[in-house]
Design a protein around this ligand. Structure first.
Ligand code: PLP
Length: 414
């Protein structure tokens, strides 16, 4: 290439890239992250990143694709066909989409699936929760939120400028005392908690919310597809469908897509696109993504066998770990082991990885400080022998990782 041509290509990657220094106030933030997140670790990486990538034969317990559907041929084909046939919809904000669009057809299917009047497809579970809270809360709306509820709902409270009243995890009595003191508002819980895998006392929560005239929002990200009739979720399984106002969910879990949903009344869905900033100021999903989700819904509804295997696997692993002395709070396919101190979690992760078992590390801000944990997410594609191997490894490394001295182990013994 001539020098003249080169000089006309300022963005040519062969040339030095721009790296303009930041002023101090940005630099300090990045340096703080370096000090707190990277430097304390032996491998110089954040704790969530181990030393090696899983290889052939590794056991990977990290995916939220609980029903193992992401490579299902019907779902892949639906996406490819839509890509090849150039979908009807344009790339734009959902606010411009009319009734009868592929998006609205999917929303109707999700409403039928869960037994609600309507639903709103969002770009992510995060967008769904923030958009919903932005609409229904304001500075005069008390919001009662379980301490462990997902960060996106906390962020929604902030966006709405509403006062949060957090209650102790799964403590309905505490929630009721706060409601009595501060008056009717919004109750926010996850049905199944994504860090430790326990299930909310939904019947009691919904009863108290109803009794005091509160709006109830249940995040079913980890239970939709996995529990209930044809996978319609825990609210469905418990017969609470007509007692809650909103179900929200990430469709990046059992639906293995990249989207979120608000399941709601027809009235709410009608106004949502004109009120929620994520709907107005951020583009809608692409046609092939919606086609994939529509095909996934069918696979999920027909997935009783997958659900049965998943629940069997989960019970087997939970019981096995419990017998080995690990303190397991899980009641679901999310099985977490609380190693507590980050230094202990690092040792635990390394010991598992050395034997080719890969889970996900969770630490603050996803957990309270010094309550970091190793999360095993199960899926229906695993073999029983693989879980037996995980148990064997967890048995062998108990002394090496100092398991008997962890606070969580002592709580179990105590
Ligand atoms: C309970 C819960 N709600 C919401 C979200 C956000 O979903 P998404 O990843 O689709 O933004 C997640 C994802 O981590 C989640 O676990």
């Amino acid at each position: 290439m001539s020098e003249e041509l080169k000089s006309s290509y300022p963005h040519n990657t062969a040339y030095p890239k721009s790296s303009k220094p930041f002023p101090d106030f940005v630099e300090k933030k990045l340096q703080a992250c370096e000090e707190e997140t990277f430097k304390p670790r032996k491998n110089g990486k954040p704790l969530v990143l181990g030393n090696k990538l899983p290889g052939y034969g590794s056991i990977i317990l990290q995916s939220n694709d609980y029903l193992n559907v992401s490579k299902h041929p019907d779902i892949v084909l639906a996406q490819i066909s839509m890509l090849e046939n150039a979908g009807r919809e344009l790339v734009m904000s959902a606010v411009f989409l009319h009734e009868g669009s592929d998006k609205s057809v999917f929303e109707k299917s999700m409403a039928d699936f869960t037994g609600f009047e309507s639903s709103v497809l969002c770009q992510s579970g995060w967008a769904a929760n923030v958009g919903l809270m932005q609409i229904i809360a304001d500075k005069d709306t008390p919001v009662y939120i379980d301490f462990f509820t997902h960060m996106s709902l906390w962020e929604g409270i902030k966006t709405a400028g509403a006062p949060p009243y957090p209650f102790r995890h799964n403590d309905v009595g505490h929630m009721e005392r706060l409601i009595k003191k501060h008056g009717p508002g919004i109750v926010l819980v996850d049905s199944l908690y994504s860090t430790i895998g326990d299930i909310a006392p939904l019947e009691d929560i919904v009863a108290v919310a109803e009794q005091y005239g509160c709006v109830s929002v249940i995040d079913e990200s980890h239970s939709l597809g996995v529990y209930g009739d044809e996978g319609a979720g825990l609210i469905n399984e418990l017969g609470l469908t007509d007692k809650v106002h909103f179900i929200t969910a990430s469709l990046a879990k059992a639906f293995a897509g990249r989207a979120g949903i608000i399941i709601c009344s027809e009235q709410f869905a009608h106004y949502y696109p004109y009120l929620a900033f994520p709907a107005i100021f951020s583009s809608a999903l692409l046609p092939h993504e919606i086609a994939g989700l529509q095909a996934t819904l069918k696979v999920i509804r027909e997935g009783d066998d997958r659900r049965a295997v998943l629940h069997e696997h989960a019970q087997f692993l939970r019981e096995g770990l419990d017998t080995l002395g690990y303190n397991i709070a899980s009641q679901s396919q999310i099985v977490a082991i609380e190693s507590g101190l980050e230094s202990d979690t690092e040792v635990f992760r390394d010991a598992l990885e050395a034997k080719d078992v890969f889970g996900s590390v969770f630490l603050t801000p996803a957990t309270p400080k010094n309550r970091s944990l190793m999360r095993f997410s199960l899926h229906s594609g695993l073999e029983r022998e693989e879980l037996e191997y995980v148990l064997k490894v967890c048995e062998e490394i108990r002394d090496e990782v100092n398991m008997w001295e962890w606070k969580s182990t002592k709580r179990k013994k105590g």
